[in-house]
Design a protein around this ligand. Structure first.
Ligand code: TMP
Length: 199
């Protein structure tokens, strides 16, 4: 079977990192070679960019923010995602192109067409095989959130906008599914696995 590229999306504190681990463990148990990664920060360059992007003391203009995220994405696709898939490994990434549409498009107000076109350039057209939106109400996400980075410092209104954006956007994503992430982690993982073409 062809290796799959799977993306987990959702607001901060939706449990993406936990699901990344649970999913990878379950797939490995089934003998699948899995690489887990995230955006921003899946590569060495990406980790440096993540530091800049999340620093709450830094002021970053919306389009500049998008360009930094796209630089991270481009490097991620070329250095990690494509080579891993070419080696037959499955790749699970926390966040990808949909995050930019939700946060920089709907959230920051950059025209959606601009974000779409730039995403296309950054990824060279590489789309996920499956996208899972881990959905939690903004109040729950806010309650769960730990430290405050530059994005988490945004208020409830921004978070609500991002959630609505995700719920709209996922409808037009091929193999895109909404998963209720207020459920216990093991159940969330089971619901994700149920959509995957596993023997
Ligand atoms: P994380 O905490 O889920 O790893 O993500 C870090 C922050 O980066 C998160 O608050 C959302 C933000 N982000 C965007 O705004 N646009 C993007 O395209 C990506 C990948 C992340």
């Amino acid at each position: 079977m062809r290796p799959l590229f799977i993306v987990l999306e959702g607001p901060d504190a939706a449990g993406k990192s936990t699901q990344l681990e649970l999913l990878a463990a379950e797939l490995s148990r089934r003998g699948i070679d899995v690489v887990t990664t995230r955006e921003p920060g899946g590569t060495d360059l990406g980790r440096a960019l993540r530091g800049i992007l999340l620093d709450p003391r830094r002021r970053i203009e919306p389009l500049a923010e998008l360009f930094l995220l796209l630089a991270d994405r481009r490097q991620h696709v070329e250095e990690l995602i494509k080579p891993a898939l070419a080696e037959g490994k499955w790749v699970i990434s926390s966040r990808y192109t949909l995050s930019s549409l939700a946060y920089q498009g709907y959230g920051r107000g950059i025209p959606m067409e601009t974000v779409r076109r730039l995403n296309e350039i950054a990824t060279g057209g590489l789309s996920p095989d499956y996208t899972f939106l881990l959905d939690v109400p903004p109040e729950v996400a806010l309650e769960r959130a730990g430290e405050t980075d530059r994005f988490e410092a945004e208020g409830l209104a921004f978070r609500a906008r991002v959630r609505e954006a995700y719920l709209q956007l996922i409808k037009s994503v091929p193999n895109g599914y909404v998963i209720d992430a207020t459920r216990p982690p093991e159940e969330v993982c089971r619901r994700i696995l149920a959509h995957l073409p596993l023997a």
